[in-house]
Design a protein around this ligand. Sequence first.
Ligand SMILES: NC(=O)c1ccc[n+]([C@@H]2O[C@H](COP(=O)([O-])OP(=O)(O)OC[C@H]3O[C@@H](n4cnc5c(N)ncnc54)[C@H](OP(=O)(O)O)[C@@H]3O)[C@@H](O)[C@H]2O)c1
Length: 287
Amino acid sequence: MTDISVIGLGSMGSALAKTLLDNGYSVTVWNRSIEKSQSLRTAGAVVAESAESAVAASPATITCIKSHEQTLDLLHSLSDSLSGKTIIELSSGGAAEAEKLAQLLAQNNASWLLGIINAYPTAIGKDETVLTVVGAAEVWQAWHKVITTLGGNSRHVGTDASMLAALFAALFTTRQGFMFGMIYGGLVCKKAGIPLDVFAEQIPVSLGVLPSYHQYFADTVPSANFDNPPASMATYAAALDDALSTFKATGAPAELPQLFSDLAHQGIDAGLEDKALTALVELLSKK
Ligand SMILES: NC(=O)c1ccc[n+]([C@@H]2O[C@H](COP(=O)([O-])OP(=O)(O)OC[C@H]3O[C@@H](n4cnc5c(N)ncnc54)[C@H](OP(=O)(O)O)[C@@H]3O)[C@@H](O)[C@H]2O)c1
């Protein structure tokens, strides 16, 4: 027996297995194509001959393959060997598949945790890295040391399998808001003849403001108290309109600033001009 097994040795699964080995865990690994196991064998892992024997080799198995759908297919074929085991599914996936996965494991007398890895493989094993995990509290208790070995700042946030997909969508959209903001920022600079290296150098100015945006959100949305904000919906709408008119004047594609302006104006039309911009969460969720 080993301490833990890892199924799926792509970029992420390999980083997970290597980090566990580096931290003194005994590890069994399995990958659909055997070549990816070789470097881990050299690093001290036991290479299983099948996914079934990998699950049998340890009390808990981390699965990190393409998505929940592939994990479901794989676990369906192993159902006889799942009893009494814990599966820690770290592949990405949707809410419906997460529910099916939890059901399949419960039907087979197996425990489970599902996690989102909020990092690239190079950040696995670092103190600041976060895996966001759901599952029964007692299963988290039993396996949290493994999870925090992979990401030192990891959190258990609930027990419902499907909540992770919504949380992933929320966090990913938050990050992509910044990514697409930079892309559209690049468009307006290009049209205005501003060298893109000048824009790229200035982006850290915006990064410096992000903590106060986070605070603005945290101070308002969880409590649903949108009164007396440091910047009101009307202030944001005016600035967004200025940005939109600059996009239009330069001939840059303006879908993103148009969306931002339209959303702020929906808030104003609903009488929320003195409230925080984040009151849009309440307003739009009623649609
Ligand atoms: N890379 C990242 O930065 C990152 C960050 C956060 C989360 N993730 C998540 O981690 C998971 C793995 O990502 P990755 O970057 O490691 O992907 P990857 O490098 O493309 O590796 C995918 C792995 O999944 C295996 N696989 C695919 N389909 C399979 C199936 N039907 N049955 C068995 N094994 C199968 C592949 O096996 P073969 O070698 O045989 O093809 C390979 O080992 C994904 O869900 C991804 O969203 C990745």
